[in-house]
Each structure stands twice: as C-alpha cells, then as structure tokens.
Design a protein around this ligand. Structure first.
Ligand SMILES: [Zn+2]
Length: 103
C-alpha cells in the first residue's frame, strides 16, 4: 500500500476514505482476540474504524464508497465481502454515536 496508494484512494473516494483506511489499521492493533479467523479480524477492524470515525466526527460515506469500490482489490488474501464490511463499519459508527448521545 503506502502513500501513493493512499493518495490514489483519496482522489477516488475522498479524505474520509483515507481516514477509514487508517482507522481500520488502528483497529487491527487493538485486536487481542486469541483465536479468530481472518474475516473475523477484518470485520472487527472495520467495526473499530466505524467507532473511531464517529468519535472523530468524520462522515461514514467515504468508508462505504471505498469498500463498495475497492474491497475486492485490497492486498488481503481473502477479504470479507464488501457488504459484510459495510455492515460492520456502520455498526461501529452507530454504536459510537449511541454512546456519545447517552453520555
Ligand atoms: Zn485489515
């Protein structure tokens, strides 16, 4: 991936897509699940990314646009389907918005 790839994603899908990509990688760093399959780990990172986007006040549309268009082209060996990833990121986003509204 690297900066040229991120710049390409920004041109295609906007800054909020870049934010999603980086938040997804942060999601992987807080995944302490001892035994989980690759899809579970990817969907977990997507959910954490959704939570972070909401917490940062960033829109969800870049993530959805990016996942719908690029999910099958990512350098993962076998990424989950785009629809499952969009559901995961939206779930995290909703959870954070709900927590923020209750606090
Ligand atoms: Zn990932």
């Amino acid at each position: 991936m690297g900066l040229p790839w991120l710049a390409q994603m920004r041109r295609r899908h906007g800054w909020s897509a870049v934010a999603f990509i980086l938040c997804h990688e942060i999601g992987h760093t807080v995944d302490f699940t001892p035994v989980a399959g690759q899809w579970t780990r990817e969907l977990y990172a997507d959910e954490i990314a959704g939570m972070l986007l909401a917490a940062l006040g960033l829109p969800l549309d870049g993530a959805v646009h990016f996942l719908a268009a690029e999910a099958n082209c990512l350098p993962c060996t076998s990424p989950p389907p785009a629809a499952a990833r969009i559901v995961a990121v939206a779930r995290g986003y909703r959870q954070m918005l709900a927590q923020t509204m209750l606090s």
